[in-house]
Design a binder for this molecule. Structure first.
Ligand SMILES: Nc1ncnc2c1ncn2[C@@H]1O[C@H](COP(=O)(O)OP(=O)(O)OP(=O)(O)O)[C@@H](O)[C@H]1O
Ligand SMILES: [Mg+2]
Length: 329
């Protein structure tokens, strides 16, 4: 296998298009019940804010030492300005962001009292973008397209990724690996993308068959490969790792070397970020998948949403033997 050296990774410039979010946590304590209503009063001690959604994917890409450009929509509000500056602090290129005055920046705020998640407050508008904003976004995508070595479509169904935009992206970036974290309702729109990374629930729902056995997995994987003419398909299997389908009919299972499980949030983001960065750096699908599986394993061992770091990943790849089981082909 090629080595995971910094120079090779620094040459990758990954474009991430999709739904951006700001993840806020309010950490506090409860000592009394409100006099206004029978609810607890949380005294906030600490507040943390990190880029979420497609911006967490970008965060994982720069964690590997590669370059990341984000294209998506924020509101014309203080949260949008905050998200932009958080991204810039991490060295993520933000000229692809479009301000939309008609919607708020998507923010998910979790209130945690005494380490108990009390409530989550979502601020978002999920309707599709207006024609005007879609046009502005498309112009930004075209403006940053030079020297892009990988594209990620991060589709959470919040309105940024529309069927028309998917089609335009796929034709604009012919020859560049395009990886998709899919929204089920857009299933057939991804035809012509390079690789897709649904989890097994999403894959089952997209193809209309629940995955319960290995046979189901093969049926669904083959079906999706056929329907979308992908070059490769990764169906992630949570604690069981991932499966990889290739165009020549080969199928592999890559198990996790599950150590401790702490927090699985963000594991899917790590998979697609690492996969794309490695494909852009010249690794093949088998190698890129196996590396992304190891990276996701590291991320689930840590509390909260943490991006992968190149140092950690290299360390783990050194002392872990990668197991890839060929199940067909
Ligand atoms: N319990 C676990 N132990 C070890 N590795 C795990 C565990 N859960 C997930 N992973 C790793 O993370 C990858 C992605 O996990 P999963 O299949 O849960 O994706 P997902 O549901 O898309 O995640 P997300 O909620 O972040 O979108 C797996 O392929 C595996 O490498
Ligand atoms: Mg996912």
């Amino acid at each position: 296998m090629k080595s995971l050296d910094e120079k090779r990774l620094q040459k990758s410039r990954i474009l991430i298009i999709g739904d951006l979010m700001l993840d806020k946590h309010l950490w506090g304590e409860v000592e009394r019940i409100s006099p206004e209503a029978p609810v607890p009063v949380v005294d906030v001690i600490r507040e943390t804010m990190v880029p979420g959604g497609a911006s967490n994917v970008a965060n994982n890409v720069v964690g590997l030492g590669a370059r990341a450009v984000v294209c998506g929509v924020i509101g014309r509000d203080s949260d949008g300005a905050l998200l932009t500056s958080l991204l810039q602090e991490k060295g993520i290129e933000t000229e692809g962001l479009v301000e939309d005055a008609s919607r708020p920046t998507t923010v998910k705020t979790r209130v945690i009292a005494h380490n108990q998640h009390v409530v989550r407050i979502d601020k978002e508008k999920r309707s599709p973008l207006s024609g005007e904003v879609t046009t502005a976004l498309w112009e930004r995508i075209r403006a940053v397209r030079d020297h892009i070595s990988g594209v990620i479509i991060e589709d959470y169904g919040k309105g940024v990724v529309t069927p028309g935009l998917i089609k335009d992206i796929i034709s604009l970036f012919q020859g560049v690996p395009i990886a998709v974290d899919p929204k089920e309702a857009h299933y057939l729109m991804y035809k012509g993308a390079t690789v897709m990374t649904p989890n097994h629930h999403e894959a089952g729902r997209m193809y209309g068959k629940r995955i319960e056995t290995r046979e189901d997995l093969l049926t669904v994987g083959d079906g999706i490969m056929n329907d979308l003419s992908l070059q490769a398909l990764i169906i992630t299997l949570g604690k069981d790792g991932m499966s990889l389908f290739l165009r020549n009919g080969e199928v592999f299972l890559i198990p996790t070397v599950a150590r401790e499980e702490f927090d699985v949030t963000g594991a899917g983001d790590t998979v697609i970020a690492v996969l794309s960065t490695m494909l852009a750096a010249g690794f093949d699908f088998g190698q890129a998948s196996a590396i992304s599986n190891v990276a996701a394993g590291i991320v689930v061992e840590q509390p909260g949403v943490v991006p992968i770091g190149l140092g950690q990943l290299k360390e783990r790849l050194k002392d872990e033997r990668i197991i890839i089981e060929k199940v067909r082909g």
